[in-house]
Design a protein around this ligand. Sequence first.
Ligand code: ZN
Length: 65
Amino acid sequence: MSDELKSMWFCPECCAWNGTQLRTCIKCKRDRPLVPVTVGGVPVGHSEDVTLRHRVRAKIDRLTE
Ligand SMILES: [Zn+2]
């Protein structure tokens, strides 16, 4: 998986992955979160498999690294 793919961000509104270059969600037009959850930050690949626990963990990791 390339770094580009790994840093795709998760939309908490509709559970979609969005490309790093996108500032709003491609599906629901929600703004990218200030601290986005990225593919590389969760142990699952499919956005439907991302749980709240994964998201909280990913944010904490990001804020504390
Ligand atoms: Zn969305």
